[in-house]
Design a protein around this ligand. Structure first.
Ligand SMILES: Cc1cc2nc3c(=O)[nH]c(=O)nc-3n(C[C@H](O)[C@H](O)[C@H](O)COP(=O)(O)O)c2cc1C
Length: 321
């Protein structure tokens, strides 16, 4: 499939996830075949004020392409300025966040709050897509709540204002992350616009990816939480989409090796101190559901060193041989 002139494999994209999908995780998912990666959301205001942390969040590596930088904000001019800044990092795509339900973001009039103001949303999309010469995409939810399902209206506005694709997370803002995912609306969005539509929500294996493709006719699927502690999910979806092959979950020994590689890379990127703090949540995801791991998982919430994690990984592997 293509977003603007950017060629993307029709397998699965990694969803933007603030505090989780950093450069290290995105690179790892790419190694497993993620078709597209998206940065953590970056504040347009932060970028325009030269905030260091916002600048760092926009860094993407050579390995990630095709990749997208996601920005959020509620002022067309500031969003355009941030998009121009982001474009200097050489992403293939700029994505606009119109789906985030976090109170802090909504209070600022950004994220899913923009679904309550389609007119402003349209002006933001127009300002951003006029500012940069790479494709601009928009990520929305199905609506604010079940009484205001306006994903179709938002998608049409996005297309009319220059968006090159639209991602639909099949839940309302009110739902946050609770089931069910509204597949029907994603299908209707696809039928209502001629730009590509990316389907998102509860995809965590080859079957759920195939179901999203089949039932909605979407052009690409996007995986968020299903990749946490399971970056190989992209290999599984890819193998199914290309060859109809079902790959099993990797054995525990391999999962532990992937976890160690991931966490070593975090430490290399961010230093051991911050790295090990970041590592704790990932280690918990990697060991979720593994037999005999309960006591080790308790130890993981206070992880201090990579040696400690290596020892835990070794013991978990032994117990599952
Ligand atoms: C920890 C976390 C952080 C997220 N951060 C972002 C973000 O920065 N931008 C965004 O558009 N969506 C964000 N999302 C939403 C995801 O991109 C995705 O739409 C949502 O999780 C549904 O997909 P899933 O069911 O595959 O997880 C976040 C979700 C999670 C769980």
């Amino acid at each position: 499939m293509k977003i603007g002139n950017v060629e993307i494999e029709k397998t699965a994209a990694l969803a933007p996830m603030a505090g989780v999908a950093d450069k290290t995780f995105r690179e790892l998912c790419k190694d497993f075949g993620a078709a597209l990666t998206v940065s953590e959301m970056v504040s347009a205001k932060g970028v325009s004020m030269g905030d260091k942390k916002s600048g760092e969040l926009m860094y993407i590596s050579e390995k990630e392409h095709p990749s997208s930088i996601q920005i959020f904000g509620n002022e067309p001019a500031t969003m355009a300025e941030a998009a121009l800044c982001a474009a200097k990092m050489k992403p293939d795509i700029i994505d606009i966040n119109m789906g985030c339900p976090a109170p802090k973001i909504i209070k600022g009039g950004a994220g899913s709050k923009l679904m309550q103001n389609p007119e402003l949303a349209g002006r933001i999309i127009k300002a951003v897509s006029s500012a940069v010469d790479i494709p601009v995409t928009v990520k929305i939810r199905t609506g604010w709540d079940s009484d205001s399902l306006n994903a179709i209206e938002m998608a049409v506005i996005a297309e009319n204002n220059g968006a090159a694709a639209i991602t639909v997370h099949g839940r309302t803002k009110e739902q946050m992350y609770a089931p069910p995912v509204n597949i029907e609306i994603i299908k209707k969005v696809k039928e209502s616009v001629s730009i590509p539509v990316i389907g998102n929500g509860d995809i965590d294996d080859a079957f759920s990816a195939a179901k999203m493709y089949e039932t909605t006719g979407c052009d690409l699927v996007m995986v968020g939480r299903g990749a946490l502690g399971r970056p190989w999910v992209f290999q599984q979806i890819s193998a199914y989409m290309k060859n109809e092959v079902i790959l099993p979950e990797p054995p525990v020994s391999q999962r532990m090796l992937i976890m160690l590689r991931h966490i070593e890379n975090i430490c290399n990127d961010r230093g051991a101190k911050i790295g090990m703090r970041e590592a704790r949540k990932h280690a918990l995801w990697y060991t979720k559901g593994i037999r005999g791991s309960a006591e080790y998982r308790r130890q993981m919430s206070t992880l201090e060193s990579i040696e400690q994690l290596q020892e835990i990984a070794f013991k978990i592997t032994k117990e599952n041989e």
